[in-house]
Design a protein around this ligand. Sequence first.
Ligand SMILES: [Zn+2]
Length: 571
Amino acid sequence: MKMSKMYLHTLREVPNDAEIPSHQFLLRAGMIKRLVSGVYGFMPLGYRVIRKIENIVREEMDAKGAQELLMSAVQPSELWKESGRWNDFGPEMFRLKDRNQREFCLGPTHEEVFTDIVRNDVKSYKELPLNIYQIQTKYRDEQRPRFGLMRSREFIMKDAYSFDKDWESLDKTYDDMYDAYTNIFTRCGLNFRAVDADTGAIGGSGSHEFTALSEVGEGVIAYCNHCDFAATTERAECVIEAKCENVELKEINEIHTPNIKSIEELHEFLKVDGEKLLKTLLFKAKDQIVAAIIRGDRELNETKLVNALKIPEHELEFASEEDVKRVTNAEVGFAGPIGIKDVIVIVDDEVPHLKNMIAGANKTDYHIENVNYDRDFKADIVIDLKLMKEGYPCPTCGEGVNLARGIEVGQVFKLGTKYSEAMDAKYMDENMKEKPMVMGCYGIGVSRTMAAIIEQHHDENGIIWPMSVAPYHVIVSIVNVKKEDQVELGEKIYKILQDQKVEVLLDDRAERAGVKFKDSDLIGIPIRIVVGKNAAEGIVEYKQRDCEDKYEFTVEEAINKAIEEIHSSVL
Ligand SMILES: [Zn+2]
């Protein structure tokens, strides 16, 4: 491609609303354009990257026997009502009506549509397993779209759905998808981890999240350097050994704590560590008030709490001041486990092992010391409620875990029979017995992967694309297009590289050399060949985007080096 003819508009200034590198560089490099909040279009250079990622996804999916198709983004409400998600999905769903007032949505995901297609076609075990996928635009009306392609309202996703005859067969399909994902993200040049994940609103029995490590990521993962444990912090099981099994239980005693309402104030007032305190957090779940009790220095994991209560996440909210006063008979800030009424008491599994603790007294301006589980209060549910923190013991080997922030680029789920039972997707087995299909689903955020790659591959001057997803492999820059020898040699190198099937840009624009170099760094082409003042002697400058070194090469050396570099890269 000759850049003099190319639709490319780069920006020198960082756009105001772009907070993170991928968002800034995608806009500055003219690869995406914002239409409205959270909705972006892809310009020629950016769309080439999207297609490269899509092709890597296709090759790896096809290698595992998955088949590509394309469904409509418009979906009728009836299917969602059948699965029970039309209401559950909530305000994130883009809904619309046709001229006859029939309701539709713009698909945020496609479980219902794929299940519907398969249940109408597939009748026998002989047709299973089946794994079908699409690469398509998805819609989610995010409350806070931000970070460009990272959290947008319209995005490109690869979604696959598998149908197996039993769980054993699903396990095999799931492992295949896990392998395919590992290959895909490796080829995209990402530093990532596959971590054990919560199944959340999609439901099912097992899940892994593929997380690209990045400081700007919205997710946090916990991992162990001594074994292969890795999980999202929501999911990570916390095993904490209490060290006070043989402590003598003391008598409970009320202590006056005027106006001491938070755990931090209590900590300061009593001069004791969080380890000696119990905190009681009050929530409302549907019509019930829930008291969650956990050691003072631990953080409550709301995902574990909603899972224990078996309710969807959006049904949990903080209890109102009025509710707190009703169940504690005191002002807000003095809730505790003893004497609290009309609540479901759920305690963290560490609490029964803690002795002589300090807790709220359910009486304004008072706390109680020497509170002990079993003797002084009991719970309806005892379960791990802790959020994993840096240094907590690894649930597998006991060494301290590490935490890292990351971007979720893919997730695989074992759905089981959740959708096939709700939507009656059944097949006849070998004994002519009707059974529900056992399903899995597998997503990759294609446009988000593009952003994640930039987060991991950039410097202050711009993007540094890995060869596998670079929009072009080589850029040939002509320093001065008024010099005939430079133009001639630049075009010659361009032609030779094209003949060698190298994807090459020729910067033949009538711009200053400085502008050309800045743009070539910004758009992140892996190899640059500069044709300048030594053109007459057949000497050019060779430089790779990921390295500071520059080399004076003959034309032949530069071309050979470029081709060698491309062929030795992961593509
Ligand atoms: Zn470990």
